[in-house]
Design a protein around this ligand. Structure first.
Ligand code: ADP
Ligand code: MG
Ligand code: MG
Length: 252
């Protein structure tokens, strides 16, 4: 589904990603880990098509097509979803309005009829229960005044409503208490499907106790320094990132 080849990315003239190679197949869950500043969010943002990131070499293919040539909106229409590390607040726009507009835009693009208010509410209520989110949050401006946990649950709700083919979750677990973490993990786990891929960007192993990834990759200094199975995340928890960074420098 996703094939990243020798991806180099600069931000404001500084090279952040320095040759990423990664293949993610449909049905797989990949965890991307790594210390602060290693380029995890940069990778997520580039895949979603945010500007201010310059690809200086390499490429990304999505379903065999060039991804980097598509606008962010086109990527979203093609089924790519990014949950931000820092979800944006949108004053004046009710959460439910944004969700419904996003879903109906997607349905229109796919030649499906728009959902009316009644059908949409039924669909959203079903998903709210799953992520343990208070229905009142639907009627508040998007993320405004939401607690950290509520913002993260809201990201999972958006994902569940939009049912993306490729979901990229950037530190959706950071700052969550244990109940919110479990709710978020259950929301992610419920998204696993043979025709969907999920990339979980995370600092910590904690989330991966609940959502067991097929593959784990560790970014260090803008490269994938190490890849492995779920056991790699546990080894990192024990040995810390310095162990991988030493390996990346050729001194393992
Ligand atoms: P991570 O998510 O792994 O913590 P980031 O991708 O956020 O890492 O950042 C990687 C590096 O790129 C950091 O050194 C950060 O300061 C830098 N960086 C990211 N975005 C920008 C930006 N918009 N302007 C300048 N530097 C940036
Ligand atoms: Mg960070
Ligand atoms: Mg980050």
């Amino acid at each position: 589904m996703l094939e990243i080849t020798n991806l180099h990315v600069s931000v404001e003239g500084k090279e952040i990603l320095r040759g990423i190679d990664l293949v993610v197949n449909a049905g797989e869950v990949h965890a991307v880990m790594g210390p602060n500043g290693s380029g995890k969010s940069t990778l997520a943002q580039v895949l979603a098509g945010r500007d201010s990131y310059t690809v200086t070499a390499g490429g990304v293919r999505y379903d065999g097509r060039d991804l980097l040539g598509l606008s962010p909106e086109a990527r979203a229409r093609e089924g790519i979803f990014l949950a931000f590390q820092y979800p944006v607040e949108i004053p004046g726009v009710a959460n439910i309005y944004l969700l419904k507009a996003a879903l109906n835009a997607q349905r229109l693009h796919r030649g499906l009829p728009e959902l009316d208010a009644v059908d949409f509410l039924a669909l959203v209520r079903d998903q709210l229960k799953r992520v343990g989110m208070d229905e009142a949050l639907l009627y508040r401006p998007v993320n405004q005044g939401f607690s950290g946990g509520e913002k993260k649950r809201n990201e999972i709700l958006q994902m569940a409503v939009l049912q993306p083919r490729l979901a990229i979750l950037d530190e959706t677990d950071s700052g969550l208490d244990i109940d919110a973490l479990k709710a978020v993990a259950a929301g992610i786990e419920a998204m696993r499907r043979p025709d969907r891929a999920i990339i979980l960007v995370t600092h910590y192993q904690r989330l991966l106790d609940y959502v067991v990834p097929d593959r784990v990759h560790v970014l260090a200094q803008g490269r994938i320094a190490r890849s492995g199975g779920p056991e790699l995340a546990r080894e990192l928890e024990r040995r810390g990132y310095a162990w991988v960074e030493a390996g990346a420098a050729g001194a393992d």
